[in-house]
Design a protein around this ligand. Sequence first.
Ligand SMILES: NC(=O)c1ccc[n+]([C@@H]2O[C@H](COP(=O)([O-])OP(=O)(O)OC[C@H]3O[C@@H](n4cnc5c(N)ncnc54)[C@H](OP(=O)(O)O)[C@@H]3O)[C@@H](O)[C@H]2O)c1
Length: 335
Amino acid sequence: MRLYEIRETKGIDSLTAVERDVPKVWPGQVLIRVHAVSLNYRDLLILLGRYARGLKLPLVPMSDGAGEVVEVGAGVTRVKRGDRVAGIFMPTWFSGDVSPYTARTALGGSVDGMFAEYVALSQDSIVHIPAHLSFEEAAALPCAGVTAWNALTSWVLKPGISVLVQGTGGVSVFALQFARLAGARVIITSSSDKKLEKAAAMGVSDSINYRTVPDWDQKAIELTNGIGVDHVVEVGGPGTLARSLNAVRVGGRISLIGLLSGADATVNPMPILGKQIQVQGIFVGSREMFEAMNRAINLHQLRPVIDRVFAFDEARDALRYLESGDHFGKVVIRV
Ligand SMILES: NC(=O)c1ccc[n+]([C@@H]2O[C@H](COP(=O)([O-])OP(=O)(O)OC[C@H]3O[C@@H](n4cnc5c(N)ncnc54)[C@H](OP(=O)(O)O)[C@@H]3O)[C@@H](O)[C@H]2O)c1
């Protein structure tokens, strides 16, 4: 079978196509013919040598893939041959809180990931994908989708609350979609007016270009009559957190998800105290969250936003495209 491997982390060209035998299926496991993988910013960080969380090398990359069960091992009861499934980001996080052990089992980082024609996974580490989604669409769900779902549904989410979403990448566009599903008001920031137009077509109430309006936090306060937004989906990290603390209302919530603006910062904690802000770290989510998200996606026939689908042989081009930041939503590779 064909697969990709990373032996060293010296840039996108460290991603190498190789051939290997189809994995053996052990009791309790299933063999999946992977049809699509989606890219996450983390996959780029790994290749650039900027992701240190217990990396296994050599590594089959990519946490997110969807495909079809083609063989089941002894004792498998959760799925059958022909079922359409996706792997869960942390194969040992089923429900409840994440544990230090579980956090070290993430696909495409601490253990081999999904970027292979065939992957063997425990029957407990997969979920059925919504029937109306293509494999390309379903491959977008495990990391970006579940992260956005966890961020939004682990706090108040109801019609009329205001959610500020930063940028228009994979996590943020899912956050936009889930917030709109619940009838929330979405205020979005982006570096691009063209992307803001796309977001407006998806029901976003207010758009702020953070390049031309660098004090977007003030604008968000103005847009909420001086009160501040209820919830910020924070993907920028060090470069944006201080403004998020300013933009959020007293008693509001910041879901701390990403570090797109780098990893080093000095943050003044006073606004957290003074405004009694909840700052919640989010690390993807459990299988239970994935299944709850899929129920909502099924019910509302929601479709992930796929910007572009690349061919298997174009994997490096796909990663360069992700690196360019030109995408809106998700970048996918057909396997
Ligand atoms: N904690 C977790 O569980 C978890 C899970 C998934 C992702 N993440 C992290 O979340 C972040 C986003 O991941 P992703 O996969 O969605 O990335 P992505 O698809 O590559 O998103 C990139 C987009 O983010 C926007 N952006 C970049 N810098 C920004 C800034 N300073 N302020 C506001 N927006 C900015 C840009 O949107 P515009 O072009 O519209 O400006 C850019 O196109 C990454 O740091 C990733 O590592 C964390």
